[in-house]
Write a protein that binds this ligand. Structure first.
Ligand code: DGY
Length: 324
């Protein structure tokens, strides 16, 4: 075990990254890979110089109460950071970092997987063959929806939204619409011949596929509610690889069951790991276990990105991904 700052990982990380960190720090791994309790997180805040949580840990203001905090940096493993209260950390002089960029391509790949899987009924087809229900080829068997040349509406046109746009435009000849409250440089939109929609409603009404790429904030909570889902075309599909709470899942399940929406592909859920029965019951929902970033290469790269932030912090130099 190396000396040096004490670093606590709240979950098991890829072996390559754990070994790398263990050579440089006094590392505490989570070999059982069970989520840490609040009491364990508090103990870590009291004992560790660096706490490295994931999306499954809530590092909220109350956690610090009554704790003599030793932690000076929270190196979060993941790009989304709504699970860390930045204000509360900042108020205690704790630096916080995330891992942008390294998971952009893998997450965009999974958005395309979900889009294709929902449109072409991949989950259903798999279940059909494995359930030994297949009786052979026939012209009307399990017809899905063509993807090539259709219109894709991207809600949020940041790094991941743009990566999805490139795949959809260059790979599948899709027409790209986007809606983003933040300005998007003209050349970025021009690269994929994308059209900006002034309003979300405009995008929802025009797209054959809608893919969500916005963060979880109080403003985006249940952005896709009954009303907005109702603005989508009945033949359209909804894809979510961002955060579960951006969608009102029960409103989505109702729309899918009642044929007001053709299908959905979801990688994320509100209240993970619980997935509502209403969605599980639907053949036209493709459901994945929040693994957009889940390639071995990317998960290692995410860990190494945390390591870069820790190294910079402890060397007193500028952290590449400092949030606060
Ligand atoms: C993230 O990084 O925010 C993902 O949801 C987990 O990879």
């Amino acid at each position: 075990m190396a000396n040096g700052p004490k670093v606590v990982l709240t979950r098991a990380w890829p072996e390559e990254v754990e070994s790398y960190l263990a050579e440089r720090y006094d590392l505490t791994r989570n070999e059982a890979d069970e989520p840490m309790s609040e009491a364990a997180l508090r103990a870590a805040l009291a004992e560790a110089d660096a706490l490295c949580p994931t999306v499954t840990d809530r590092i909220h203001a109350g956690l610090y109460e009554g704790v003599e905090v030793r932690t000076r940096i929270i190196g979060s493993y993941g790009v989304g950071f709504e699970h860390v209260d930045l204000e509360a950390a900042g108020a205690r002089g704790i630096a916080v970092s995330n891992t942008p960029e390294v998971l952009t391509d893998c997450t965009a790949d999974i958005a395309m997987v979900l889009l294709l899987a929902a449109a072409r009924r991949i989950g259903e087809g798999e279940r059909h063959v494995r359930g030994r229900a297949w009786t052979g080829w026939r012209p009307t068997h399990m017809m899905g929806t063509r993807v090539t040349g259709k219109t894709l509406g991207l809600v949020g046109f940041g790094r991941i939204g743009r990566a999805v746009a490139r795949r959809a435009h260059f790979g599948f000849g899709m027409k790209i619409l986007f809606h983003d409250p933040f300005p998007v440089p003209e050349e970025v939109a021009a690269e994929v011949d994308a059209t900006a929609c002034e309003t979300l409603d405009e995008l929802l009404g025009a797209a054959d596929f809608v893919s969500l790429h916005c963060p979880s904030t109080p403003e985006t909570r249940h952005l896709m509610n009954t009303e907005r889902i109702g603005r989508m075309q009945p033949h359209a599909f909804l894809v979510n690889t961002s955060r579960g709470d951006v969608v009102d899942q029960l409103a989505l399940a109702d729309a899918l069951r009642e044929g007001r929406l053709a299908g959905a592909g979801l990688d994320v859920y509100e209240g993970e790991p619980n997935v509502p029965e209403e969605l599980i019951a639907l053949e036209n929902a493709v459901l994945l276990p929040h693994f957009g970033s889940g390639s071995r290469e990317t998960r290692i790269a995410m860990g190494m990105r945390v390591a870069e932030n820790l190294a910079a912090f402890f060397a007193g130099t500028e952290m590449p991904d400092r949030l606060v």
